[in-house]
Write a protein that binds this ligand. Structure first.
Ligand code: CTP
Length: 417
């Protein structure tokens, strides 16, 4: 992906070096466009070495290349970090008095801004109005966070951390990437659960998991692009909901189970991509649990939640397809498959998408590697790539299967009673 990193003149410009480096290390082609003021905070040689590209600032340099528009036109994503109050004001007004302003105006790519400024400036009515204008035009904001500012003061206005800017930017790009739209799921109703459920202990605490909802929302987006009518049962998504998808928001496994059960009958394909809490606290306190009453150790009694996927699979009609996911930690591919085969036998679904998870794999990442198993435990496909491309490959399997099933009598359909 070609990413333009715009750097404007704030002290947080030094942190932009980390943003550029993270994009480059992730394999992206990064073009830095720095303002003159930004280069007072961070040197051009540093930015050129880290981005592995010439850094442009000047509108009147290499005019023959029409650079003032070509950089923006060729970008897949623009990330402006830090974005000062002045740069937000210029963007809101559509000013193009420097190369960054021209790049932004000439681009159709999604734009992410990471504001950085003093609290008073962030809270000033002018900045508030400019930020609202930009947000209403679809520009994505990461932060600002609250914390230590440049001087001795602290408050809202600190630039978001590098990892957060990079993750949010890649999620925005993934959500905007073009998807296949061959219409092979036209008229098919697809129900997908995504994200991770949370089980409350008290009004402020919960037991949750690291699922971001990226794979489930990628499935929803890819299915909608193929013409499906999609319902997304969403549990705490960290990513935007795709356009054209009906959303039902849920908190707990019980709420997710109710939402899935009541929608299941009216859908042709049911995909359980959500990471569902297997257990919930036996009792939920209405008041915040206090250390004084708990003492030095706390014992939490948990009770088992229902298995939503197994129940959906056991009630499914012969003309429905039920797909589960299996997140497993395994040392070898063979061990992973063995766990997957045992799981699909236990769950009784038509397909199981098995992926390896770990401290750095599976959750909250942009890519995925999966193996899809059928009821017999045979490998149907192995897919690797962005979560969107993995979603597309899974949907190709389902679209092919729906097509095959339409040409069979019910008794010939695998899994039919
Ligand atoms: N699932 C479910 N209800 C649960 C637990 C899991 O519907 N109470 C679904 C998940 O959405 C996923 C599949 O079952 O599609 C497998 O989830 P996973 O967490 O891998 O397996 P578990 O059944 O929880 O078994 P274990 O954690 O012991 O491996």
């Amino acid at each position: 992906m070609r990413i333009v990193v715009g750097i404007t003149g704030g002290i947080a410009a030094y942190k932009a070096v980390g943003v550029v480096r993270a994009f480059v290390l992730a394999g992206h082609d990064v073009q830095v466009v720095a303002t003159e003021h930004a280069l007072r905070f961070v040197g051009k040689p540093t930015l050129e070495a880290i981005s592995r590209n010439i850094v442009h600032t000047d509108l009147y340099e290499a005019v023959a290349e029409v650079r003032h528009v070509s950089i923006g036109q060729s970008a897949d994503l623009i990330v402006i970090a830090p974005a000062t109050a002045n740069s937000l004001a210029k963007m809101a007004a559509g000013l193009a008095d420097d190369l960054l302003g021209n790049t932004v105006l000439a681009s159709k790519a999604p734009i992410v801004v990471a504001p950085a400024m003093h609290t008073e400036m962030w809270q000033n009515a002018a900045t508030v109005a400019n930020a609202a204008t930009l947000a209403s035009r679809g520009i994505h904001f990461v932060g600002p966070a609250s914390g230590q500012l440049t001087g001795t003061d602290s408050g809202a206005g600190r630039m978001a951390e590098v990892d957060e800017i990079v993750a949010a930017s890649l999620a925005v790009a993934a959500a905007a990437a073009p998807v296949a739209s061959d219409g092979d799921l036209t008229g098919v109703r697809v129900l997908i659960s995504a994200g991770g459920t949370r089980e409350p202990l008290d009004p402020v605490r919960f037991i949750g998991n690291r699922s971001s909802g990226r794979q489930g929302t990628a499935l929803a987006r890819a299915a909608a692009a193929r013409g499906a009518e999609v319902t997304l049962v969403a549990a705490h998504l960290e990513v935007p909901v795709p356009d054209g998808v009906e959303v039902v928001s849920v908190e707990t496994t019980a709420e997710l189970a109710t939402a899935m059960d009541s929608a299941a009958a009216s859908h042709d394909v049911i995909i359980m991509a959500a990471a569902v809490a297997d257990y919930r606290p036996a009792a939920v306190s209405n008041a915040k649990l206090k250390k004084e009453s708990l003492g030095d150790a706390m014992t939490l009694e948990l009770v088992k939640n229902p298995d939503v996927l197994a129940a959906l699979a056991s009630h499914a009609r012969a003309d429905q397809l039920v797909v589960g996911f299996a997140a497993e930690t395994a040392d070898t591919d063979a061990a992973l498959l063995e766990l997957g085969r045992a799981k699909i036998a236990r769950k009784g679904c038509d397909y199981l998408v098995v992926n390896r998870v770990g401290w750095t794999e599976g959750f909250a990442t942009e890519g995925n590697t999966v193996t899809v198993l059928d009821r017999a435990g045979s490998i149907v496909i192995e897919a690797r790539g962005s979560k969107l491309s993995v979603a597309d490959e899974i949907l190709s399997v389902l679209a092919g299967r729906l097509l095959e099933d339409r040409h069979r009598t019910p008794s010939e359909i695998p899994g039919a009673p």
